[in-house]
Write a protein that binds this ligand. Structure first.
Ligand SMILES: Cc1ncc(COP(=O)(O)O)c(C=O)c1O
Length: 448
């Protein structure tokens, strides 16, 4: 047993008391299907899929075997620059584009979501410079949107505290309220309005999550269709960040694939691309950008982005296996069925607990709003208490630091019984919070 005060693990994003309160018993030690066990011996149904990435649960044989075989065969090959990529990496890209919207036929793999987002932004700006448009550098993103952390990804993420915590970040980034934001103009796209006011000829790209992770706000097909037309009209690159929505979460390979009226120029993927078994992400681009990339570059001036492990052979083998699972093992159909179960269960819960003031699900991407009936929303701290009460009842979920919502992001392979178990635990946890019956652990208290 390690004294928590002495953990060597440096876990950013939380104050020290949290780590101190985390006893060795709280650490996760084992998994089985959609469940994880902590070192103290308690099993949990993982209603947040790790960090929204373990989409096939922890025991997918297809993915595990593919990883083992690739480690034996060829654990690494260099996909960067003039290296020779592994056969499996090339095969993975071919298989992936077969499930992306028409015209999006080129994939570059990266290692995490933030890197994919930064690569997409770099590609957009690079094409402007090559086209002799150095004045066209501005990027627009959405308040409350999440695109990762780091000097570029953290800057497009619409969470102000991230923009100032480490000094200067990526310049020329602007944010607009989303249609769900409190400050949104009714009946108007603030994104389009603000870009018009700013000058569309100075904007290189707009980046949005088609379902905004902080709260699970589903951007409507009409909103995104209009944004797509606006971007085409003004030659602005439209980037769909599908790090969460992609790879099955919404019941298809991408949200873009469900929207016939809009095709983005760039799609970023991550998280579920390998079901979280090994790190990987991807930047998929439309033919029209790919052509420009080559028209305007020579060997000396090619866009240089990437890092050592991009397109890693083991990750590519895992991603190929995930694609196999989504297409051949009925996972996408399961998402659609369980979405219906979850919506029905949440409807019933809402009738008993008016504090559940709203909920949104697209596939197995669910945001739950909480508040006093007819009164204010719960604070993030109170939502956190609900999360801990739910955890004490054996179900893991996510609460958000900025938006006071509880997120249910279960693995895409959950069963009807699993949904009933989540709903039963949530019923009990809502009652616990109302009656002030909260978990006793130091960990739960430090979270509050
Ligand atoms: C929509 C979205 N984009 C990008 C990222 C960043 O991904 P990563 O944490 O792998 O860098 C996240 C992470 O949660 C995300 O939700």
């Amino acid at each position: 047993m390690i004294d928590p005060a002495d953990y060597a693990l440096w876990n950013s994003g939380v104050p020290r008391p949290y780590l101190k309160a985390l006893s060795s018993d709280d650490l996760l030690a084992e998994s089985d299907g959609v469940r994880v066990r902590d070192s103290g011996g308690r099993w949990y149904l993982d209603g947040r899929s790790g960090l929204w990435n373990v989409t096939l649960g922890y025991g997918n044989t297809r993915v595990k075997e593919a990883i083992k075989q690739q480690v034996d065969k060829l654990p690494f090959a260099n996909s960067y620059g003039y290296g020779r990529p592994a056969q499996v990496t090339v095969d993975c890209a071919e298989a992936l584009v077969g499930h992306l919207p028409e015209g999006i036929n080129h994939v570059r793999f990266a290692s995490n979501g933030a890197q994919a987002v930064e690569m997409a932004l770099q590609l957009s700006r690079f094409l402007r410079l090559r086209a002799g448009q150095p004045e066209r550098m501005a990027v627009f993103a959405m308040w409350d949107g999440f695109h990762g952390q780091g000097p570029g990804a953290g800057m497009v993420t619409g969470v102000p505290y991230l923009h100032h915590q480490t000094g200067p970040m990526l310049p020329e980034v602007h944010h607009a309220p989303g249609p769900f934001s409190h400050g949104a103009t009714p009946g108007v796209s603030d994104m389009e309005r603000l870009i018009r006011e700013f000058g569309p000829e100075r904007v290189t790209a707009v980046i949005v999550e088609p379902v905004v992770g902080e709260g699970g706000h589903i951007l409507s097909p009409e909103y995104l269709g209009s944004l797509g037309r606006f971007c085409r009209e003004h030659d602005i690159h439209l980037i769909f960040d599908e790090v969460v929505t992609g790879m099955g979460r919404v019941g298809d390979f991408t949200r873009a694939g469900q929207l016939p009226d809009v095709t983005p120029d760039i799609i970023t993927l991550g998280k579920g691309i390998t079901s979280g078994y090994v790190p990987m992400s991807a930047v998929a681009i439309h033919d029209r950008l790919y052509e420009q990339l080559h028209e305007r570059t020579t060997g000396d001036t090619a866009l240089s982005v990437g890092s050592t492990n991009d397109g890693h052979a083991v990750a590519a083998a895992a991603a190929l296996a995930v694609i196999g699972a989504l297409t051949e093992d009925g996972v996408l159909e399961n998402v659609r069925r369980r979405e219906a179960d979850l919506l029905a269960a949440l409807g019933k819960l809402q009738a008993q607990h008016p504090e559940l003031t709203g909920f949104r699900c697209l596939g197995l991407f669910c945001g739950l709003e909480l508040g006093e009936p007819g009164g204010p929303s719960w604070s993030p701290g109170k939502v956190n208490k609900l999360r801990m009460a739910l955890e004490a009842r054996g179900v893991l979920s996510s609460s958000l630091r900025v938006v006071p919502n509880l997120m249910l992001m279960p693995p895409l392979v959950i069963t009807e019984d699993d949904v009933a178990e989540i709903a039963g635990a949530l019923d009990g946890a809502l009652t616990d919070v109302k009656s002030g019956r909260l978990p006793e652990s130091g960990f739960a208290k430090a979270m509050g």
